[in-house]
Design a protein. Structure first.
Length: 152
């Protein structure tokens, strides 16, 4: 997958979501992700992302634009699938984290960057902007500018 000339593999995104173990198959293309999202990602993908990024329930709630009660309910519903809309937001979150990790070349730096206000995002945090596609595109654009050394 290409982002402003920056190439990131779908395998990187799949790894953030838990890989073959969680997704049930090797997934690397946008079409494969589309099929999984429409079917609903496994609940364990949410837990994997939460653990990998060291997110609190509140951060998950904010990032996915769902209530704290829904996060708790989803945790108790292990073995079930997430709705397509929540799956889509979770995929977007995983994709942007994988891109941040690629650009910043460090998992901890990528996690910290997502939580920190960024000048290039009008002093908003990437994690807050990821709730919408428009915000996610701004985060993506900033990461591409950082990769190519454009003043951000």
């Amino acid at each position: 997958m290409e982002y402003g000339g920056l190439t990131m593999s779908g395998t990187d995104i799949a790894a953030v979501l838990g890989g073959r173990k969680v997704l049930g198959r090797a997934t690397a293309t946008a079409f494969e992700f589309t099929d999984l999202i429409e079917k609903g990602l496994p609940h364990s993908a949410l837990e994997h992302v939460k653990t990998a990024l060291k997110l609190t329930d509140r951060e998950v709630s904010n990032a996915l634009d769902i209530s704290g009660k829904t996060v708790s309910r989803l945790r108790r519903a292990s073995g079930h699938r997430l709705s397509p809309s929540i799956s889509d937001r979770l995929y977007r979150f995983a994709r942007l984290y994988a891109l941040a990790e690629e650009v910043l070349e460090d998992k901890d730096q990528a996690r910290d960057w997502l939580r920190s206000p960024q000048t290039g995002l009008n002093n908003r945090t990437p994690i807050d902007l990821m709730r919408t596609e428009a915000g996610a595109r701004e985060v993506e654009s900033l990461l591409v500018r950082i990769e190519y050394g454009v003043l951000s």
